[in-house]
Design a protein around this ligand. Sequence first.
Ligand code: GDP
Length: 319
Amino acid sequence: MNNNIFVAGHNGMVGRAVHEKLNKNGQNSIFTIDRKSVDLANPEQFEDFVLDNNINEIIFCAAKVGGIKANNDNKFEFLYQNSVMQNNLFNIVRKHKIKKLTFLGSSCIYPRDCKQPIKEEYMLSGRLEETNDAYALAKISGVKFCEILNQSNSFDCRALMPTNIYGYHDNFSIDDSHVIPGLIRKFYEAKKNNNNNVEIWGTGKPYREFMFSEDLGDAISFIHSMKKSDFYKITGPKSLINVGSGDEMQIKDVAIMIADIFDFRGSITFNSSYPDGTPRKRLDLSLLDKTGWKKKHSIKEGLKNTVDWFRENFNSIRK
Ligand code: GDP
């Protein structure tokens, strides 16, 4: 049987990176769909699309995502929209015996005060960080669905937990974005308007591990294409695997790196009326290392590429 792979969420930063990578690899039967034609929150539309196209593999990058403020301010939407899409997904996978699923979560599924670096087995070993607990709960339910389906040998559901991602086609709004696109936008505007100060949310003290979207796209397509026996030899039936870069930095240092790229010479101030979120979430990458996958970009290269892309595409991007 042909491998008809559905990349769900191909208009988002991560889905795009996966789609481009699969195309570069010359994989031909790749299917994508725009939200206007098929709403993944609609069970019939989603199911019809899968059946009409004989989809037998899914890489699920579709999600409602956002930075610390968006997550904290819109908990209902983050829990509801992600749960609905995922519930449809897992129902379809189960009902139509989809041969292979790669499901994406996030490092925020792990407890707030987790031992570092975070091993996959630490999931559900403590309380979640409150600013993103709604999103995290939806993703934890996805991980659990994978684990439950994998109890039967006819399923192959791989749950990948990426760290903080940045890159092309990200959301560069001030309010809803993650820290890197948010700061790129702020430094860009400050330079343009000759503004001498840029304000950073929180204390600048938390640490985050950052990964360039092209590296994540590469890792996802690599792991998706691994032989079933090779993959489960590494993860066991739980199928949970961290995907990170090892590039961990304090927020204040990321701000300085971005300021340098823009040649911004003004001051950086910290507004601690905004939340810091979790103090640290460095992933343990021992399982990822065992797969043989390696990242291709340093954080310096990734940030420079992203800023160049942002400048070139400023007029057309989501702001
Ligand atoms: P998180 O990893 O879920 O906390 O997501 P974010 O990427 O949104 O935030 C990471 C850290 O960067 C938090 O400590 C934020 O308070 C801090 N931060 C500093 N300035 C900004 C900003 O302009 N936007 C965002 N989103 N976060 C910022």
